[in-house]
Design a protein around this ligand. Structure first.
Ligand code: EPU
Length: 309
């Protein structure tokens, strides 16, 4: 959008909304990988009313929108994003475990821990998954045999094109392993989960086991987006990459982890171009050794938005 139009939109948003609007915001600060370029605009609505006030302005400006939660599972290209990022972590992070209710900006790990304390079972697998519930729902995140859609009842969001609230029951939604089919215009704002009852101590034991396995098998002290590739049906991408001899392979300052081969770690000062080159290298090696084409799990964000949804 031309600069003058951009400035009018910025002014209107600042006058109308109470939330924070940042200009030229480095997305390296908002992604667990810690690399990539800037977003033209980065908006943190103060609450859901504030978000609702922004919607007509967003519609009028017709500016590309990127919802961002905890910035996990995300690779931002070095050129950054020419639009506005909407992040609900500051303004919509309420959790009510007794009702199985969450807002999209709430932390997946915090929800999981609160469920444990309240003796609610069904979300143990989330105890080690970083990021927000909005992101976990969108990507149907999972671990240790559980996934976000398992106990989901319904998802409420706002359609940023029409400006209308929409609620979907799980039965209305199509989803699969690490995949959902929400419209790109749909911004998740709230969800309900069906949780069972169990002794908190028993849930705690399950979670401790999951966390210690995670700690032993994943490079948690390094910056990464989580797993880079989806598991091909019936096998583990990490195992295939390992067998193809890729552990330790690097481009620039990004490296295939020695601990788990489906993680690429940012050793400091890496660029998204390095990561993309390493993804290509690993994909070729796995293709030539196993004759299997790996598909990235990580969302790749370019100038105009998500490139691989
Ligand atoms: N393996 C290797 N070498 C490696 C990595 C794994 O041989 O470098 C072997 C393991 O020894 C094991 C098998 O591969 O026999 C499976 O490994 P793991 O248990 O670590 O599971 P995964 O399939 O590699 C999945 C999810 C993880 C999730 C774990 C635990 C995907 C792409 N990955 O990994 O999710 O934490 O299970 O449940 O679905 C993520 O989605 O970002 C993620 C990290």
């Amino acid at each position: 959008m031309p600069n003058s139009q951009n400035n009018t939109f910025i002014k209107k948003l600042q006058e109308t909304c109470r939330g924070q609007l940042r200009i030229n915001e480095p997305l390296s600060k908002h992604t667990t990988f810690g690399l990539g370029g800037c977003a033209d605009l980065f908006f943190l609505p103060a609450d859901l009313d504030d978000l609702a006030l922004s919607v007509p302005l967003l519609q009028e400006a017709n500016i590309p929108i990127l919802p961002l939660g905890g910035g996990t599972n995300t690779l931002v290209r070095d050129v950054g994003f020419r639009g506005i990022v909407i992040c609900l972590t500051a303004g919509a992070h309420h959790i009510d475990v007794s009702q199985g209710f969450v807002q999209a900006g709430a932390s997946t790990q915090v929800f999981s821990r609160q469920c444990q304390r309240a003796g609610k079972t069904g979300f143990e697998f989330g105890c080690g998954i970083p990021g927000t519930l909005g992101g976990a729902i969108r990507g149907n995140a999972g671990a240790w045999g559980g996934e976000t859609f398992d106990n989901l009842i319904s998802v409420k969001g706002i359609n940023l094109k029409s400006g209308r609230d929409e609620t979907f029951k799980k039965a209305d939604l199509t989803y699969a392993y690490r995949r959902t089919h929400f419209s790109p215009d749909f911004l998740i704002i709230e969800a309900n989960f069906q949780l069972g009852e169990e002794d908190p101590e028993t849930i705690h034991k399950k979670m401790t086991q999951m966390l210690s396995e995670r700690k032993a098998s994943q490079p948690l002290s390094n910056r990464s987006p989580g797993c880079i590739f989806k598991n091909p049906p019936g096998t583990s991408a990490g195992k295939l990459i390992d067998q193809a001899g890729c552990k330790g392979l690097s481009v620039g300052h990004v490296q295939v982890s020695d601990i788990h081969a489906n993680f690429m770690i940012n050793l400091g000062g890496s660029s998204a171009d390095d990561v993309l080159a390493l993804i290509q290298k690993v994909t070729h090696r796995v293709q030539s050794v196993h004759n299997i084409t790996l598909e990235p799990e990580v969302r790749i964000i370019g100038e105009h938005g998500i490139e691989n949804e």
